[in-house]
Design a protein around this ligand. Sequence first.
Ligand code: NAD
Length: 481
Amino acid sequence: MGSQKAPIAVARGDGIGPEIMQATLDILEASGAQLETHEVEIGEKCYLKGCLSGIEPETWETIRNTKAFLKAPITTPQGGGFKSLNVTVRTTLGLYANVRPAVSYAPFVETKHPNMNVVIVRENEEDLYAGIEYRQTPEVYQSLKLITRPGSEKIIRYAFEYAQQQGRKKVTCFTKDNIMKISDGLFHETYEEIAKEYPDIESEHWIIDIGTAKLADTPEAFDVIVLPNLYGDILSDVAAQISGSVGLAGSANIGDHGAMFEAIHGSAPRRAGQNVANPSGIILGSVLMLVYLEQMQAATTVHNAWLRTIEDGVHTYDIFKEGKSTEKVGTKEFAKAVIDRLGKSPEKLTPVSYHEHDIKKHKSQAMETINVTRDLVGIDVFVFDKETAENFQKKLINRNYGSFDLKMITNRGAKIYPDGHPETFCVDHWRCRFVAKESTKQTQRDLASLIMQLAEEGFDIIKTENLYNFDGKPAYSSAEG
Ligand code: NAD
C-alpha cells in the first residue's frame, strides 16, 4: 500500500448501483487518485439474509477504520419492518450535514434554468426521519417529527460556514413555521439567531411551499439553501431535476467523525442491468470525496474531464437531446469518455480548480446549556373511541377531575369542545386536554391520578403528552394551532 493512499469504504449498492459504482471506480483509478478501497456489502443482500438494518455489525468496523465511505444507492424494501439503511448510516455515524449542489450545464444539458448554481444543505439526522411511527387506533397512524435545538444549530451554522468558505453570498432558510410553529418555528428562530453572526452573508427565510415554487421558477435567485431533513430531500430532487436530470447531482454527508459520499438519486431498479444509467451523480459525489480527502489534483482532474464529456455532448439517455447531444452512450461508455478526457478541461463551461481552502472541515461547536424554567401544567390524553363527537364529549364534560379542568377536546387537531362545529369530520382518535386549575406546577403523581381516574371510568387511553410552560410561557400548540 502506498503510504499516502487514503483508505475508503466502498458499497456497490442495489439496482443501478453496481454499474454506476464500477464506472466511478474506473474513473478514479485512471485519474491517479490515491485510494485504497475496502468493499463492504450492504443493502438488499443483507436485508434478504434477515438483517433488518441492511448492514452487518462487522461492516461498521470497516467504515469506521476508513477515511470516507463511497456508497451507491440502496433499495429499501417496503414494509416488513426494514429500516432505511441510508438513514441508519447517516444517524449512526453522526453525518449531520447533507450537502447537495445542483448546477446547470447549459447549453450542453437542456434546462429551463441556464444560470442555476444552488447548494442545498439538508439537515440529515432528525425530523420525520427518526422513523418513530405508531398505529394508534384502527383509523389513525402517527409519525413523530423531532426538531432539536442542537440539531438545528449544527446544520444552520454549517450552512453559513460553508457559504463563507465557498465565497457564496446568501443563505436562505425554508420552513413551514406558519403551521408547525413549535418545531419548524425552532428551526427558523435558530436560523435568525445564527444569521446575525454572519453579517456579510445575506439571509432570508421563505415558507417552504412558496419557496419551492420560487426555486422551480427562478433558481438563480438562490445560492445556499438550508432546511430540515424531509424538505431538503424533496427540494434537492426538484433542484437536480430542473438543472437537467436527477442523475446529475452528487452529495456529501458530513459529520465530525467521518463522511459519506453518494448520488442524490436512488437505485432506479427499473433501469438496472441495462447499462443505461447516468453515473454522473456518484462521479460528482466522488469528486466531493476527493476534496474531503484533500486530493485536490485528482478532484480537479476528474471534475474537469467530466465537464468536458458533458460539453462534448456525450450523454446518457436522461440528458440526451437530438440536435444538442453528439452521442448517446451507456454507463460504461460514458465512463470511458470521461477517462479519455482526463487531463482535459472544458472549453466553454467554466473549469474547476480545487484548493486547500475548499475543504469544509469545521467541527460543530459544543452547544450552550439552555437554562430555562420548566413547569408541568397539564396533560393531553389521547383516547380511542368510536363514538360521535357529540356522544364522546358527553362522556367527559361536567365532571370533577381533581386539580385539573378539562379545557378542550380535539379530533385530528380540530376543536370539537368547547364550541365545536357539527360539520367537523371526526375519526376514532380524540385529544383531551386537562390543565391545572391554578396555573401552578403539577407533579407526575397528579397526572398519574388523573390517568387512573380516566382508566377506571373506562376510557381507552392510547398515549399522553405532558404540557409544560417554559419560562412561564405555554410550550404546546393551542386548539387554534
Ligand atoms: P430513483 O431516484 O431510484 O429513480 C427514479 C427515476 O429517476 C428512475 O426510474 C429513473 O427514471 C431516474 N433516475 C434516477 N437515477 C438515475 C440515473 N442515475 N440515471 C438515469 N436516470 C435516473 O427513485 P425511486 O424510484 O423513488 O427509488 C428507488 C429505490 O431507491 C427505493 O428503494 C428507494 O428507497 C431507494 N433510494 C435510495 C437512495 C439512496 O440510497 N441514497 C436515495 C433515494 C431512493
